[in-house]
Design a protein around this ligand. Structure first.
Ligand SMILES: C[S@@+](CC[C@H](N)C(=O)[O-])C[C@H]1O[C@@H](n2cnc3c(N)ncnc32)[C@H](O)[C@@H]1O
Length: 499
C-alpha cells in the first residue's frame, strides 16, 4: 500500500519484529478447556520474534498444570539468536522486573542500558562460550544441540557449528562501533533523505500527537514512555548491530506493528493519553510480566531450531503437535500453501488424540495477488459498496478543504483496503489453487469455524455510524495492518482410501 512505508527502501531488511499483531495460538480455555491436564506441544515453524510465544504462555489459564513443549524455528539466525538470548534472560534472571525490562529493551531499543548489557555478557555469554569451547573440532555444517536446565524448565538450542560460533556476536558490541556511529547507522535507514516521501505518506495517516511520537522513535530508536529519562541508554544493542556499519531492518519496521492496536490504545499511561510508544511500552511490559509469572509455575521445555521450515519434518516428531503456527510462509512468495500443507500437516496430532489440534496459516499477500485490474476499477466506481462505505468515514467534502485537498487522494488510496470486502477475492484464490482438494489429498481440511484466530481479525468490526466506528477506522488507518490479512485454520481428517 503506497501510504505505508516498506517498498524500495535502501536496505534489505530482516523481520526482527513481527509485522502482524501477536496471537495466542492455544486459546486453551475455549478449546481443550481450563481443566485440561494433558501435554501440550506447540510449534512455531517460522516464528519471527517472541511475541506469539510470550502471549500464548501468558494466557495459559493458571489451572493448567500439565507440561508444555514449545518448539520454535526460523531460518534467520538473527531471529533465532535474539529469541534464544531473550528466553535465556527469562529463564536465568530470578528478579522478574529486572528480566522483563532487560528483555523489553533488548527486543525493541537500538541502545540499551549498561545493566542490560551486563546481563547478556555476564549471565548469557558463559553459557554460549562453554558450548563453543566444546565443539571446536566439529565441521562448520554439523548440527549440534545443547540443553540448559533451569529447575523444571529447560531450553534446547540446535544450531550448525558455524552458527554457534556467530552467536557470541549477538552479545558483543563490534569493536569500532561507538554510540554516535550506532545512531548514524540506524538513522541512515530510519531517516534516509531518499525516503522522506514514504515517511510523509505514513505520517499523513497519523494524528498530530502520533506524528511527534513516530518522529522521535525514528530519531532515537528507544521504546520508552515519552517523558522517560534516556541518559542510561548508551550501549548499542548488540543483537541489532552485528557489524559497525549495518542496521538490519527495513525503515517500515515498527514495534507497534507486532501488537493489537486496540490493546495498545487501551493501555493506560496516566495523563499522557496520546503517548503511543509509552502505551506500547506498558503493554509489552505487562505481557512479558504475565509470561514470566506463568513460566515460573510451568513445566516447560523450549526447543529452538534455525533451518528452512521445509527441513523440519526430518527433525521433528510426526503426529505430535497440538497447534502449529507458520506465520505467512504459506504465502506464494515463501513456501506457498501447497508445500506448507504437505510438509507441516503430518506434524499435527491426529483428531482422535486431540480434536482441537490446529494448523494456523496466514495469508498476507493472497488478496493483493489475486486482485485484478477489473476488481480495482469496479471498486472505485462511485456507487460501489466500497466507495459508499469509505465516504462514511472519509467524507468527500474533505477534498474542498484547502490544505487537505492535495492529500485526499493519498488518504483515499490507503483507506480503500480497510473498507473493502476481500472475501470474494480470497474465495477466488482458494478455488484457483484448489485448496480444498489439495488439503484433502494429504488428510487435512480447512476449518469452517475458527477456534484460535478470526478469519479476518484486522478488518472493521463496527458499522459506520455506530459508537466507536470512526475511532476504529482511524486506528486501522494509522496502524501497520491493511485489513487484507486472512488467517486459515486447518484440521486433520481421515485419509480416503484409494481404489
Ligand atoms: C514470513 S516472515 C514475515 C513476517 C511475519 N509476518 C511476522 O510478523 O513475523 C516471518 C519469519 O519467517 C521466517 N521465514 C521465512 N521463510 C522461512 C522458511 N522457509 N523457513 C523458516 N522460516 C522462514 C523469516 O525469517 C521471518 O523471521
Amino acid at each position: 500500500m503506497e501510504a505505508r512505508l516498506g517498498s524500495g527502501e535502501p536496505n534489505a531488511g530482516k523481520y526482527l519484529w513481527g509485522n502482524v499483531p501477536a496471537l495466542d495460538i492455544l486459546q486453551l480455555g475455549s478449546n481443550e478447556g481450563e481443566d485440561y491436564k494433558g501435554l501440550l506441544r506447540l510449534l512455531f515453524a517460522a516464528s519471527g520474534d517472541l511475541r506469539n510465544v510470550a502471549k500464548t504462555i501468558a494466557q495459559i489459564p493458571s489451572s493448567y498444570s500439565g507440561s508444555l513443549e514449545v518448539t520454535m524455528n526460523d531460518k534467520d539466525l538473527d531471529v533465532v539468536a535474539r529469541n534464544a538470548i531473550m528466553l535465556l534472560v527469562a529463564l536465568l534472571v530470578d528478579n522478574i522486573d529486572e528480566a522483563v525490562d532487560c528483555i523489553l529493551h533488548v527486543w525493541y531499543s537500538a541502545l540499551i542500558r549498561k545493566s542490560d548489557l551486563d546481563i547478556l555478557q555476564q549471565r548469557i555469554r558463559p553459557l554460549i562460550e562453554s558450548v563453543c569451547g566444546k565443539i571446536k573440532g566439529k565441521t562448520p555444517s554439523s548440527l549440534l544441540g545443547k540443553t540448559w536446565e533451569f529447575g523444571q524448565r529447560s531450553l534446547r538450542l540446535v544450531l550448525e557449528k558455524s552458527s554457534w560460533d556467530r552467536l557470541l556476536s549477538f552479545i558483543d558490541i563490534p569493536n569500532d562501533l561507538t554510540l554516535e556511529r550506532a545512531r548514524q547507522i540506524r538513522t541512515a535507514v530510519t531517516a534516509a533523505e531518499s525516503r522522506k516521501d514514504y515517511r510523509d505518506r505514513h505520517l499523513l495517516n497519523q494524528s498530530p500527537s502520533r506524528r511527534i511520537a513516530k518522529k522521535r522513535y525514528w530519531e532515537d530508536g528507544l521504546l520508552l514512555p515519552f517523558g522517560s529519562r534516556r541518559n542510561d541508554f548508551q550501549e548499542p544493542n548488540p543483537t541489532f548491530f552485528q557489524t559497525a556499519n549495518t542496521w538490519p531492518m527495513h525503515d517500515s519496521a515498527d514495534p507497534l506493528n507486532g501488537w493489537s492496536p486496540k490493546d495498545v490504545a487501551d493501555c493506560s499511561t496516566g495523563a499522557a493519553t496520546a503517548d503511543i510508544y509509552g502505551k506500547l511500552f506498558y503493554h509489552v511490559r505487562a505481557v512479558l510480566r504475565a509470561f514470566l509469572v506463568r513460566l515460573s509455575g510451568l513445566q516447560v521445555t523450549f526447543r529452538l531450531f534455525q533451518m528452512d521450515a521445509s527441513s523440519l519434518p526430518e527433525h521433528l516428531e510426526s503426529g505430535s503437535f497440538s497447534r502449529i503456527e507458520v506465520s505467512n510462509i504459506s504465502d506464494g512468495g515463501y513456501l506457498g500453501i501447497h508445500r506448507t500443507l504437505a510438509l507441516i500437516v503430518p506434524l499435527l496430532q491426529g483428531l482422535l488424540s486431540n480434536p482441537h489440534t490446529t494448523l494456523i496459516t496466514l495469508f498476507m499477500n493472497a488478496v493483493e495477488e489475486y486482485t485484478t485490474t477489473a476488481d480495482r476499477i469496479a471498486d472505485i466506481m462511485p456507487h460501489s459498496e466500497t466507495m459508499k462505505r469509505l465516504f462514511k468515514y472519509l467524507p468527500p467534502d474533505i477534498r474542498v478543504a484547502s490544505d487537505e485537498s492535495d492529500t485526499w487522494p493519498i488518504k483515499f488510496n490507503s483507506t480503500r483496503d480497510i473498507v473493502a470486502d476481500h472475501q470474494p477475492i480470497f474465495d477466488r484464490f482458494v478455488k484457483e489453487l484448489k485448496l480444498a482438494e489439495a488439503a484433502q489429498s494429504i488428510g487435512a481440511a480447512m476449518k469452517e469455524t475458527h477456534t484460535v484466530i478470526e478469519k479476518w481479525p484486522f478488518g472493521l468490526k463496527l458499522q459506520p455510524g455506530q459508537p466507536g466506528a470512526q475511532e476504529e477506522f482511524d486506528r486501522l488507518l494509522s496502524g501497520g495492518v491493511t485489513g487484507k490479512e486472512r488467517y486459515v485454520e486447518w484440521k486433520r481428517i481421515a485419509m480416503r482410501r484409494q481404489g
